[in-house]
Write a protein that binds this ligand. Structure first.
Ligand code: ZN
Length: 270
Protein backbone atom coordinates (compact mmCIF):
# COMPACT_ATOMS: atom_id res chain seq x y z
CA UNK A 1 0.00 0.00 0.00
CA UNK A 2 1.31 3.42 -0.82
CA UNK A 3 0.68 6.68 0.92
CA UNK A 4 0.28 9.65 -1.27
CA UNK A 5 1.58 13.02 -0.29
CA UNK A 6 -0.90 14.81 1.90
CA UNK A 7 -2.72 11.62 2.86
CA UNK A 8 -2.45 12.04 6.60
CA UNK A 9 -5.58 10.10 7.44
CA UNK A 10 -5.33 6.57 6.07
CA UNK A 11 -9.08 6.17 6.36
CA UNK A 12 -9.40 8.73 3.62
CA UNK A 13 -7.57 6.43 1.30
CA UNK A 14 -10.20 4.35 -0.56
CA UNK A 15 -7.77 1.48 -0.90
CA UNK A 16 -7.26 1.23 2.86
CA UNK A 17 -10.91 1.74 3.66
CA UNK A 18 -11.78 -1.21 1.43
CA UNK A 19 -9.17 -3.46 3.07
CA UNK A 20 -10.42 -2.60 6.56
CA UNK A 21 -14.03 -3.17 5.69
CA UNK A 22 -13.15 -6.49 4.06
CA UNK A 23 -11.46 -7.55 7.25
CA UNK A 24 -14.48 -6.65 9.30
CA UNK A 25 -16.80 -8.54 7.02
CA UNK A 26 -18.15 -11.67 8.57
CA UNK A 27 -17.37 -10.49 12.04
CA UNK A 28 -20.25 -10.51 14.44
CA UNK A 29 -20.99 -7.93 17.03
CA UNK A 30 -20.55 -9.78 20.33
CA UNK A 31 -24.14 -9.49 21.43
CA UNK A 32 -25.77 -9.86 18.07
CA UNK A 33 -28.82 -12.07 18.34
CA UNK A 34 -28.58 -12.32 22.11
CA UNK A 35 -31.42 -11.10 24.28
CA UNK A 36 -31.69 -10.67 28.03
CA UNK A 37 -33.82 -13.79 28.15
CA UNK A 38 -31.10 -15.95 26.64
CA UNK A 39 -27.85 -14.45 27.86
CA UNK A 40 -26.82 -13.51 31.42
CA UNK A 41 -24.41 -10.68 30.37
CA UNK A 42 -27.00 -9.02 28.22
CA UNK A 43 -29.47 -9.24 31.08
CA UNK A 44 -27.10 -7.57 33.54
CA UNK A 45 -26.30 -4.79 31.15
CA UNK A 46 -29.91 -4.17 30.30
CA UNK A 47 -30.76 -3.83 34.00
CA UNK A 48 -28.01 -1.33 34.59
CA UNK A 49 -29.13 0.61 31.57
CA UNK A 50 -32.65 0.89 32.86
CA UNK A 51 -31.68 3.67 35.18
CA UNK A 52 -31.23 1.27 38.08
CA UNK A 53 -27.97 2.88 39.04
CA UNK A 54 -28.70 2.46 42.70
CA UNK A 55 -28.83 -1.24 43.43
CA UNK A 56 -30.44 -0.50 46.77
CA UNK A 57 -33.56 0.37 44.86
CA UNK A 58 -33.79 -3.21 43.62
CA UNK A 59 -35.81 -5.41 45.99
CA UNK A 60 -33.59 -8.48 45.42
CA UNK A 61 -30.40 -6.57 46.29
CA UNK A 62 -32.00 -5.00 49.33
CA UNK A 63 -33.09 -8.38 50.59
CA UNK A 64 -29.57 -9.74 50.25
CA UNK A 65 -28.18 -6.76 52.15
CA UNK A 66 -30.62 -6.95 54.99
CA UNK A 67 -29.98 -10.66 55.35
CA UNK A 68 -26.24 -10.20 55.53
CA UNK A 69 -26.65 -7.42 58.04
CA UNK A 70 -28.69 -9.52 60.42
CA UNK A 71 -27.05 -9.81 63.79
CA UNK A 72 -24.74 -6.88 63.14
CA UNK A 73 -24.54 -3.97 65.52
CA UNK A 74 -25.58 -0.74 63.89
CA UNK A 75 -22.62 1.58 63.42
CA UNK A 76 -24.05 4.21 65.70
CA UNK A 77 -25.35 1.91 68.44
CA UNK A 78 -24.94 3.50 71.83
CA UNK A 79 -23.25 6.57 70.42
CA UNK A 80 -26.20 8.90 70.60
CA UNK A 81 -25.05 12.47 70.84
CA UNK A 82 -21.42 11.60 70.35
CA UNK A 83 -19.74 13.14 67.39
CA UNK A 84 -16.19 11.95 67.64
CA UNK A 85 -14.74 8.52 67.00
CA UNK A 86 -18.08 7.21 65.89
CA UNK A 87 -16.50 4.11 64.42
CA UNK A 88 -14.29 3.31 67.37
CA UNK A 89 -14.36 -0.39 68.10
CA UNK A 90 -16.97 -1.14 65.46
CA UNK A 91 -15.11 -3.83 63.62
CA UNK A 92 -17.99 -4.95 61.52
CA UNK A 93 -17.96 -1.80 59.43
CA UNK A 94 -15.69 -1.23 56.49
CA UNK A 95 -14.91 2.40 56.02
CA UNK A 96 -12.64 1.87 53.08
CA UNK A 97 -14.09 4.02 50.29
CA UNK A 98 -13.59 1.18 47.86
CA UNK A 99 -15.85 -1.25 49.68
CA UNK A 100 -19.55 -1.91 49.38
CA UNK A 101 -20.45 1.27 51.24
CA UNK A 102 -19.91 3.08 48.01
CA UNK A 103 -21.84 0.62 45.94
CA UNK A 104 -24.64 2.26 44.12
CA UNK A 105 -23.08 5.70 44.22
CA UNK A 106 -22.60 7.18 40.81
CA UNK A 107 -19.36 9.12 40.37
CA UNK A 108 -20.03 12.80 39.81
CA UNK A 109 -18.27 12.77 36.49
CA UNK A 110 -19.72 9.56 35.08
CA UNK A 111 -20.37 9.96 31.41
CA UNK A 112 -19.05 13.51 31.50
CA UNK A 113 -15.75 13.03 29.80
CA UNK A 114 -16.15 16.29 27.98
CA UNK A 115 -15.92 18.20 31.22
CA UNK A 116 -12.38 17.16 31.79
CA UNK A 117 -11.01 18.68 28.65
CA UNK A 118 -8.17 21.02 29.43
CA UNK A 119 -9.11 24.67 29.01
CA UNK A 120 -6.54 25.23 26.31
CA UNK A 121 -7.25 22.13 24.26
CA UNK A 122 -7.39 22.84 20.55
CA UNK A 123 -5.89 26.26 21.16
CA UNK A 124 -2.58 25.43 19.64
CA UNK A 125 -2.50 28.74 17.85
CA UNK A 126 -2.02 30.62 21.10
CA UNK A 127 1.50 30.90 22.35
CA UNK A 128 1.28 31.04 26.13
CA UNK A 129 4.98 31.35 26.77
CA UNK A 130 6.07 34.35 28.87
CA UNK A 131 8.10 35.67 25.97
CA UNK A 132 4.89 36.16 24.10
CA UNK A 133 3.08 38.38 26.58
CA UNK A 134 3.28 41.39 24.37
CA UNK A 135 1.63 39.66 21.47
CA UNK A 136 -1.50 39.41 23.59
CA UNK A 137 -1.82 43.13 23.41
CA UNK A 138 -2.26 42.97 19.68
CA UNK A 139 -5.11 45.13 18.57
CA UNK A 140 -5.00 47.26 21.68
CA UNK A 141 -4.36 50.82 20.66
CA UNK A 142 -3.33 53.23 23.40
CA UNK A 143 -5.81 56.10 23.62
CA UNK A 144 -3.07 58.65 23.01
CA UNK A 145 -1.92 57.09 19.77
CA UNK A 146 -2.39 59.30 16.80
CA UNK A 147 -3.62 62.19 18.93
CA UNK A 148 -1.70 65.39 19.05
CA UNK A 149 -2.54 68.44 21.10
CA UNK A 150 -2.33 71.90 19.80
CA UNK A 151 -0.28 74.31 21.88
CA UNK A 152 -3.49 76.03 22.86
CA UNK A 153 -5.02 72.80 24.09
CA UNK A 154 -1.89 71.93 26.03
CA UNK A 155 -2.02 75.30 27.72
CA UNK A 156 -5.67 74.80 28.59
CA UNK A 157 -5.02 71.39 30.11
CA UNK A 158 -2.16 72.78 32.17
CA UNK A 159 -4.37 75.58 33.46
CA UNK A 160 -7.23 73.21 34.16
CA UNK A 161 -4.95 70.94 36.18
CA UNK A 162 -3.84 73.87 38.30
CA UNK A 163 -7.39 74.81 39.11
CA UNK A 164 -8.60 71.25 39.44
CA UNK A 165 -10.18 70.26 42.73
CA UNK A 166 -10.30 66.55 43.26
CA UNK A 167 -13.54 65.72 45.05
CA UNK A 168 -13.38 63.46 48.07
CA UNK A 169 -16.88 62.57 49.21
CA UNK A 170 -18.71 65.81 49.66
CA UNK A 171 -16.71 68.45 47.88
CA UNK A 172 -15.53 71.56 49.60
CA UNK A 173 -18.15 73.63 47.82
CA UNK A 174 -20.92 71.20 48.78
CA UNK A 175 -19.88 71.47 52.41
CA UNK A 176 -19.92 75.28 52.18
CA UNK A 177 -23.52 75.16 51.03
CA UNK A 178 -24.46 72.50 53.59
CA UNK A 179 -23.01 74.61 56.40
CA UNK A 180 -24.91 77.67 55.27
CA UNK A 181 -28.16 75.68 55.20
CA UNK A 182 -27.42 74.38 58.70
CA UNK A 183 -26.83 77.97 59.87
CA UNK A 184 -30.32 78.79 58.72
CA UNK A 185 -31.79 75.62 60.23
CA UNK A 186 -32.92 74.44 56.83
CA UNK A 187 -33.29 70.65 56.73
CA UNK A 188 -31.80 68.95 53.72
CA UNK A 189 -30.56 65.59 52.50
CA UNK A 190 -27.56 64.86 50.32
CA UNK A 191 -27.05 62.74 47.19
CA UNK A 192 -30.55 61.41 47.11
CA UNK A 193 -31.46 58.76 44.53
CA UNK A 194 -33.09 61.11 42.05
CA UNK A 195 -32.04 61.40 38.44
CA UNK A 196 -28.72 63.21 38.28
CA UNK A 197 -28.23 62.73 42.03
CA UNK A 198 -28.73 66.29 43.22
CA UNK A 199 -26.02 67.26 45.69
CA UNK A 200 -28.59 68.74 48.04
CA UNK A 201 -32.31 68.17 48.28
CA UNK A 202 -34.68 70.25 50.39
CA UNK A 203 -38.21 68.98 51.01
CA UNK A 204 -40.48 69.00 49.23
CA UNK A 205 -39.08 69.79 45.81
CA UNK A 206 -35.83 71.76 45.77
CA UNK A 207 -32.81 70.24 44.04
CA UNK A 208 -29.44 71.95 44.31
CA UNK A 209 -26.47 71.02 42.19
CA UNK A 210 -23.09 72.41 43.09
CA UNK A 211 -21.12 72.13 39.87
CA UNK A 212 -17.35 72.13 39.85
CA UNK A 213 -16.08 74.61 37.27
CA UNK A 214 -13.60 72.22 35.69
CA UNK A 215 -15.77 69.08 35.55
CA UNK A 216 -18.88 70.85 34.37
CA UNK A 217 -17.09 73.09 31.90
CA UNK A 218 -17.66 76.55 33.39
CA UNK A 219 -17.06 79.04 30.59
CA UNK A 220 -16.67 81.93 33.03
CA UNK A 221 -13.55 80.19 34.34
CA UNK A 222 -12.38 79.27 30.84
CA UNK A 223 -13.39 75.62 30.74
CA UNK A 224 -15.45 73.80 28.20
CA UNK A 225 -17.20 70.46 28.48
CA UNK A 226 -19.92 70.28 25.89
CA UNK A 227 -20.83 66.67 26.74
CA UNK A 228 -21.27 67.38 30.42
CA UNK A 229 -23.11 70.59 29.70
CA UNK A 230 -25.63 68.75 27.55
CA UNK A 231 -26.05 66.04 30.18
CA UNK A 232 -26.59 68.58 32.94
CA UNK A 233 -29.12 70.44 30.84
CA UNK A 234 -31.11 67.26 30.25
CA UNK A 235 -31.12 66.34 33.93
CA UNK A 236 -32.36 69.82 34.85
CA UNK A 237 -35.11 69.52 32.27
CA UNK A 238 -36.28 66.10 33.50
CA UNK A 239 -36.32 67.20 37.13
CA UNK A 240 -38.29 70.31 36.25
CA UNK A 241 -40.80 68.16 34.42
CA UNK A 242 -41.18 66.24 37.67
CA UNK A 243 -42.13 69.47 39.37
CA UNK A 244 -38.77 70.16 40.99
CA UNK A 245 -37.18 73.54 41.51
CA UNK A 246 -33.66 73.04 40.17
CA UNK A 247 -30.76 75.29 41.11
CA UNK A 248 -27.30 74.93 39.68
CA UNK A 249 -24.55 76.72 41.53
CA UNK A 250 -21.14 77.26 40.03
CA UNK A 251 -18.12 76.45 42.12
CA UNK A 252 -16.69 79.94 41.58
CA UNK A 253 -19.93 81.53 42.86
CA UNK A 254 -20.04 79.35 45.96
CA UNK A 255 -16.39 80.03 46.71
CA UNK A 256 -16.95 83.74 46.41
CA UNK A 257 -20.27 84.01 48.21
CA UNK A 258 -22.00 80.93 49.60
CA UNK A 259 -24.39 83.06 51.67
CA UNK A 260 -25.48 84.99 48.58
CA UNK A 261 -26.06 81.70 46.71
CA UNK A 262 -28.44 80.46 49.40
CA UNK A 263 -30.17 83.83 49.47
CA UNK A 264 -30.81 83.52 45.76
CA UNK A 265 -32.18 80.03 46.14
CA UNK A 266 -34.49 81.03 48.96
CA UNK A 267 -35.74 83.93 46.87
CA UNK A 268 -36.21 81.72 43.84
CA UNK A 269 -38.03 79.12 45.85
CA UNK A 270 -40.72 81.55 46.91
ZN1 ZN B 1 -16.49 78.82 37.18
Amino acid sequence: MTFQKGDKNPMKNPEIVKKVSDKLKGRLVWNKGLTKETNESVKRISISKLGEKNPMKRPDVRKKFSESNKGRTPWNAGTKGKTSSHNKGLKGIHLNPKNEFKKGLVPWNEGKKGLQVAWNKNKKGIDLSPNNKFKFKKGHVPWMKGKTFTDEAKERIKLARLKQVFPTKDTKIEILIQNELKNRSIKFSTHIPLIGQPDIFIEPNVCIFVDGCYWHGCKVCGFDNALKEEKDRKITEILMQKGMHVFRLWEHDVMRDAVGCIDEIMDGKK
